[in-house]
Design a protein around this ligand. Structure first.
Ligand code: RNT
Ligand code: ZN
Length: 422
């Protein structure tokens, strides 16, 4: 449904006055919003399958559903990504996995920047920054679910080489695009049942990381982060790359961590961890998903946790610190994949905008004054400020569909493009 432009503008003028009464300049907030990227994870586009041809390989990322129209190659995926971006006013940025090299014939540990030429040229042309991950999964060289921590030396060596190639590629990406490329390392390594020697697994992972990180690159081009996890399907009893392990490693080695909102105990949130960790690590990448009961990677939607995360990023001015990056990470094949991207981007964008126009100084003042009643009352009152009028205005002035209009556009894209794919 298309909305009436005059009504959008009128509602914004009213909302602007409401916020101004609380000391908030919504026009200024919109200008800041435009500078903060929300990174799109390319792997939602094809259910983390990749462009390589490995028959009968086990995937360490469980994706359910078989919605038609999956992107089968780089050209289709890039078109899908552009379409998702056209539905959201957020600043675009793309996170790429190494299993999406083209044409997909190079062994993962022998990949070079040229395997990503199509992606880099596209990003350059579109003005997108790119982030990178070596795909340490869904591959014949995975052994018993392990890569960098495997007891098998040749397995470890294969993946160390892949990790090193990945950093060289990330460095080239950052240099060529003139924007830092975040190189994220996540490995599924762990055991289904209780390990005898936890120390040995962790010592092997640390050695492999030491080796991968032994080359020094300019931090203007590449920054490294480690993504921990509580458990995964098949690694219920022991995950080598736990949060504590990576945090300790990152803090002592001058690198960063990636916090994935779906990787913790179901009642544990990353909201409180951001301010705790931020001062002591080099880089903080957020993988934002919606965990449901287990490490489920559901499509991101709005909610208290997402709002609170964005509030931390805004209240602490982390968005222009140069060391905090926000990206999406989920995979759902039961719904239109471009729709899944758009839902997440718009949810993240709304929460970010909400945080940017929150009358935070009033909350701070109440706290400083020791007025705990006002602090709590204001917190709850501010939830109902007319932020959606500001969001609609932002979409409208950015040439992005307002309200539910994007769903109609998605249906048209599905009918004319996605449904034609075999
Ligand atoms: C998996 C991690 C990881 C992956 C991607 C594909 O649990 O969240 O970030 O989702 O690397
Ligand atoms: Zn993740």
């Amino acid at each position: 449904m298309k909305r009436d432009p005059e009504q959008i503008l009128r509602a914004y003028e009213d909302a602007k006055k409401v916020y101004a009464a609380y000391g908030v300049d919504t026009d200024a907030a919109i200008e800041i919003f435009k500078t903060i990227p929300i990174t799109l994870h390319n792997w939602q586009g094809d259910d983390v399958v990749g462009f390589e041809k490995h028959e009968g390989v086990h995937s360490e990322n469980l994706v359910t559903g078989n919605y038609p129209g999956r992107a089968r190659n780089g050209q289709e995926m890039r078109m899908d990504i552009e379409t998702a971006f056209s539905f959201s006013p957020t600043k675009p940025r793309v996170n790429l996995h190494s299993m999406y090299g083209e044409p997909g014939t190079t062994e993962r540990n022998l990949q070079t920047t040229e395997d990503f030429r199509g992606w880099i040229d596209w990003a350059k042309q579109r003005g997108y920054a790119l982030d990178f991950n070596v795909s340490f999964f869904t591959h014949p060289m995975m052994k018993d679910g392990c890569s960098l921590a495997s007891p098998d030396k040749s397995t470890r060596e294969y993946w160390i080489k892949a990790g090193k190639s990945g950093r060289a590629i990330a460095n080239d990406i950052g240099r060529e695009l003139g924007e830092v490329c975040i190189n994220n390392i996540w490995v599924p390594d762990g055991t289904k049942d209780i390990p005898a020697d936890r120390f040995a697994y962790r010592a092997r992972l640390a050695d492999s990381l030491d080796e991968i990180l032994s080359v020094n690159y300019d931090k203007a081009n590449v920054r490294d982060v480690l993504e921990g996890k509580l458990f995964g399907i098949g690694t219920e009893c022991f995950t080598v790359g736990s949060h504590e392990f990576y945090l300790a490693y990152a803090a002592t080695h001058g690198i960063g961590v990636c916090m994935d909102t779906g990787h913790y105990h179901p009642t544990e949130s990353i909201v409180d961890k951001i301010s705790a960790v931020y001062p002591y690590i080099d880089t903080l990448l957020l993988h934002i998903s919606r965990g449901v009961r287990w490490d489920s990677d559901h499509v991101l939607t709005q909610g208290d946790d997402l709002s609170a995360i964005m509030q931390q990023v805004v209240r602490g001015h982390l968005y222009d610190s140069g060391k905090v990056f926000m990206g999406l990470d989920y995979f759902d094949a039961t719904v239109n994949r471009v729709g899944a991207w758009a839902i997440g981007l718009r949810a993240a964008g709304k929460a970010l905008l909400d945080a940017l126009i929150e009358p935070y100084p009033m909350l701070q003042k109440a706290e400083i004054d020791g007025d705990l009643t006002a602090r709590l009352a204001l917190l709850d009152e501010f939830r109902n400020l007319p932020s959606n009028a500001v969001w609609d205005y932002l979409c409208y002035t950015r040439g992005v569909p307002v309200g539910t209009e994007w769903i109609d556009q998605l249906k048209a894209y599905e009918a004319t493009v996605q449904s034609k794919r075999g």
